[in-house]
Write a protein that binds this ligand. Structure first.
Ligand SMILES: Cc1cc2nc3c(=O)[nH]c(=O)nc-3n(C[C@H](O)[C@H](O)[C@H](O)COP(=O)(O)OP(=O)(O)OC[C@H]3O[C@@H](n4cnc5c(N)ncnc54)[C@H](O)[C@@H]3O)c2cc1C
Ligand SMILES: *[C@@H]1O[C@H](CO)[C@@H](O)[C@H](O)[C@H]1NC(C)=O
Ligand SMILES: *[C@@H]1O[C@H](CO)[C@@H](O)[C@H](O)[C@H]1NC(C)=O
Ligand SMILES: *[C@@H]1O[C@H](CO)[C@@H](O)[C@H](O)[C@H]1NC(C)=O
Ligand SMILES: *[C@@H]1O[C@H](CO)[C@@H](O)[C@H](O)[C@H]1NC(C)=O
Length: 512
């Protein structure tokens, strides 16, 4: 045993101190991190169980690329030291927080070091009453820990509709929440970001200080720096002493399709009349789903003022044949746990956005049926226990685009300038077996191209693709518009003049 550890010690010494000529870049980068006394025990190598646990904790299995090593800094200062080591050694890197982005290369890299800001028991977690400081952290943080921690204070924040979703990617990419029609996107509710820049400096970005960086982080994801803290505007519950919302899902068999589409389109147009009442619908096919043809339609109805069955939902209540209802007054945590989805699967997500036009929705639903048929024909219904195809339909409204504490980078406002609404599609395809992923990717891309082409014909295609839903084949920042791209480029030149986050960063979308 003794001899063995001596040999290891020697290997470490060589890796850290011998000339880089003898060490591959992978050894050099990881050794350079390990040789920093503060970072030493926060570097995880592929031979450790801690590394295996972090890999297993990616929500989407195909996103879990295996880096040379991972580094898990716990404070902004440690994050700054990581950035300095990485730039000094020109190490390619990836950034991860909650690990919920779904495509390979979204938040991990197999050619470089993954900077993991989401260790489960992050000591960065701190909460105050009025403006909570969120760690960029732990899976479930925005849902479980933050919602729960804020309840006794009678306030909430604009977090995910699923309790699982991570903080960093959600807030930096936009963030659609149950509160969106009242308070805008979650990124527009971040009043201050603490950021580690490419040169290792730690700065604040808010309306007064580095306001161009503040704007750039409201949708620009990991293009400008590593966010290490988020200060958010809080939202008071209707009754702060009884912090509940009213919500849940209604489920119908597929014969309700026409009625649901009709209601959703009308509902979407009227959201500004009652912005506390939100809704979105999903059409799911899952083998062995306890519904006719293994298909169900479900619509989420959520009133953030805890108003029971508000009139805005009358159209939904009038649809015949609902099989299940989970509607009730309950805590945000209870509600968002119900929004959790199965992890541990291969995922393909593709997205689009359109004028709120029933013809586009019906066309997308036909194409979803085509995808179901393709899966049955090419993969089979029973060969893969994780197979599923779900089409989500989300209202996009002027309040989502423009409410909040100041502007964001997503460029939605031009689509809703006249007050008209849109519908965002998200097709989610899953499988258990990795060999089925390429077929799903092909079906997904074909689906998206066909729906976009149809909508273009009708003059109904917004072309806007939300970065937190987009596939690697999509180019979300370009779809936000030229103005967004210019702002991102300017902020990048100012805060990252050597282009570290453009050239060395391997994860997520780059500035076009
Ligand atoms: C079950 C489920 C439910 C969801 N529900 C919603 C929803 O209700 N509304 C919605 O808008 N979206 C939703 N999403 C999408 C979600 O917003 C994205 O997956 C988001 O990226 C997840 O954040 P994360 O921290 O887990 O991301 P990660 O996968 O860790 O990272 C995503 C991207 O952000 C970058 N990044 C992460 N943290 C930082 C940081 N601190 N500094 C710089 N860059 C960083 C990463 O490099 C990566 O490119 C959901 C996703 C899932 C899987
Ligand atoms: C794991 O790998 C690293 C880097 O190669 C090495 O320094 C370390 O000693 C190894 N640990 C074990 C337990 O094998
Ligand atoms: C990190 O902490 C060290 C030690 O306290 C300090 O010297 C250094 O300036 C800090 N770095 C930053 C970027 O604040
Ligand atoms: C769907 O079918 C069920 C039973 O077959 C019926 O009760 C229900 O009313 C139908 N719904 C619609 C919207 O046609
Ligand atoms: C939350 O859910 C749990 C179990 O799922 C239930 O026992 C509890 O009553 C719920 N609380 C509220 C306030 O909805």
């Amino acid at each position: 045993m003794k001899t063995l550890s001596l040999i290891w010690a020697a290997a470490c010494w060589i890796a850290a101190h011998a000339s880089a000529r003898y060490a591959s870049q992978s050894v050099q980068c990881c050794a350079a991190l390990s040789s920093n006394p503060v970072l030493h025990d926060k570097v995880y190598y592929p031979n450790s169980t801690a590394y295996a646990q972090r890999i297993a904790d990616y929500w989407s299995v195909n996103a879990a690329l295996k880096p040379w090593c991972m580094i898990l800094p716990l404070t902004a200062n440690e994050t700054s030291q990581v950035v300095q080591v990485i730039t000094r050694n020109q190490c390619p890197f990836g950034i991860r927080s909650g690990g919920h982005a779904v495509f390979a290369g979204s938040s991990s890299t197999d050619e470089g070091v993954t900077i993991d800001l989401g260790p489960k028991d992050s000591s960065m977690a701190r909460h105050t009453t009025r403006i909570p400081n969120l760690p960029p952290s732990a899976r479930a943080a925005l849902g479980a820990s933050v919602y729960e921690a804020l309840e006794p204070h009678g306030v909430a924040v604009t977090g995910g509709r699923s309790a699982q979703v991570g903080v960093g990617g959600f807030l930096l990419g936009g963030g659609n929440s149950l509160f969106a029609h009242s308070y805008g996107l979650a990124c527009s509710n971040v009043v201050n970001f603490e950021v580690v820049l490419a040169d290792g400096s730690i700065v604040n970005a808010n309306a007064k200080e580095n306001s161009d960086l503040w704007l750039g982080l409201r949708g620009g994801s990991g293009n400008l720096g590593l966010a290490t803290r988020f200060d958010m505007r809080t939202i008071e519950y209707a009754d702060p002493s009884n912090p509940l919302i009213w919500g849940g899902g209604l489920f119908w068999p597929r014969n309700a399709t026409d009625a649901v589409v009709d209601v959703l389109v009308r509902f979407t147009d009227r959201i500004p009349d009652d912005p506390a009442s939100g809704s979105y619908c999903l059409f799911a096919w899952i083998p062995n789903y306890p519904f006719p043809e293994n298909m169900a339609i479900s619509c989420a109805l959520d009133n953030i003022r805890n108003e029971v069955a508000p009139a805005a939902y009358d159209g939904y209540f009038a649809i015949d044949g609902a099989m299940i209802s989970t509607l009730s007054s309950r805590t945000l945590l209870n509600r968002t746990i119900e929004g959790d989805a199965t992890d541990g699967l291969q995922n393909v997500w593709v997205t689009g956005s359109y004028s709120n036009d029933a013809r586009v929705v019906h066309f997308a639903l036909e194409k979803w049926q085509t995808v179901v048929q393709q899966i049955k024909d090419e993969i089979g219904e029973t060969d893969d226990e994780g197979i599923s195809a779900t089409l989500q339909l989300h209202p996009l409204t002027k309040p989502i685009a423009t409410n909040g504490d100041g502007p964001n980078l997503l460029g939605l406002e031009k689509h809703v300038a006249d007050g008209s609404a849109g519908i965002q599609t998200l097709l989610v395809l899953t499988a258990k077996k990795p060999e089925n992923w390429p077929a799903l990717e092909r079906f997904g891309q074909q689906f998206q191209a066909e729906v976009d082409a149809y909508a273009i014909e009708l003059g109904a295609n917004w072309g806007w693709k939300y970065s937190n839903y987009a596939d690697a084949s999509e180019n979300p920042f370009a779809t936000y518009g030229e103005e967004t791209v210019q702002k991102l480029r300017q902020a990048s030149q100012k805060y990252d003049p050597r282009g570290v986050f453009q050239n060395l960063r391997n994860t997520g979308f780059k500035i076009p």
